[in-house]
Ligand binder design. Structure first.
Ligand code: G5P
Length: 227
């Protein structure tokens, strides 16, 4: 035990547009965790027309939660391949059934929950554009592309998700609250839930970053000093 780096398993929860993807990328970059995004895997499967992609397409397009057994089948094998790695989950688990399935294969160390006002979510999501092939996300105010309407890397056109329309968003948010509550209660009861509230990702980020600095060893194992 003493000679092995302690693995770190974390997840980020939050309603649509709360900044999970944006914060996850910063966490992955700064703390070297493997990053797994459920939404990205779903969209990738849909774009590539895989068997799983065909099954989930209708749900994702209608902003409905993909059934738990399909989600677990999509996510858990990927995690099982990552034994020996520290990782960060974005968008999974979303329901109590998913959280229990995850609990059966590993114990989480820390869960971040983002608590963002509705009006802020509405503004952000209506300004969001994505590059469908890669899943890269832009926001016309917060992180605009270099050329308007075009992906920075490929130059291909950007699109908006059908499920980012205001009516769809309101329904997603209502539903999010109902299903997230038992998941949050589970992690609260395990003493590993950390909630962050605010309207700006850049203001929330330093708090998350300093929390994680106290929890994740950042130096390589062989140079790690006892603190
Ligand atoms: P996803 O892909 O998990 P959502 O809807 O939960 O999708 P989303 O919309 O991708 O989450 P996010 O990752 O929380 O949002 O946020 P983000 O993309 O980082 O930020 C949102 C926008 O705001 C971006 O444009 C960003 O640049 C901008 N932004 C960030 N911070 C700031 C800021 O401070 N200021 C400003 N102005 N802008 C900012 O799931 C998609 C679908 O897949 C299915 C469901 O159907 C779901 O609808 N699905 C699942 N179904 C069942 N179980 C699961 N576990 C599932 N996971 C996915």
């Amino acid at each position: 035990r003493g000679t092995m780096a302690k693995l770190f398993r974390t997840a980020i929860m939050g309603p649509p547009g709360s900044g999970k993807g944006t914060i996850s990328k910063r966490i992955a970059q700064n703390f070297g965790l493997q990053y797994l995004s459920s939404g990205h895997f779903l969209r990738e499967g849909i774009a590539a027309n895989t068997d799983a992609g065909v099954l989930v397409k209708g749900y994702v397009e209608r902003s409905m939660l993909v059934p738990d057994h399909l989600m677990s089948r999509l996510m858990l094998p990927r995690l099982e391949q990552l034994t020996g790695h520290s990782w960060l989950l974005d968008g999974f688990p979303r329901t109590i059934a998913q959280a229990k399935a995850l609990n059966d294969i590993c114990q989480m160390d820390l869960v971040i929950s983002l608590n963002i006002p509705f009006e802020t979510l509405r503004e952000r999501v209506s300004d969001r554009w994505i590059h469908p092939a890669s899943g890269r996300v832009y926001n016309m105010g917060f992180n605009p592309p270099q050329v308007q309407g075009r992906d920075d890397v490929t130059g291909e056109p950007l699109i908006q998700h059908a499920d980012d329309r205001p009516e769809a968003l309101q329904a997603r948010l209502r539903h999010y609250k109902d299903v997230a509550k038992p998941v949050m209660n589970l992690y609260k009861s395990q003493g590993i839930l950390y909630q962050f509230s605010g309207t700006d990702t850049d203001r929330i980020w330093p708090y998350i970053s300093s929390l994680l600095s106290t929890k994740i060893p950042t130096q390589p194992l062989d140079t790690c000093q006892p603190s």
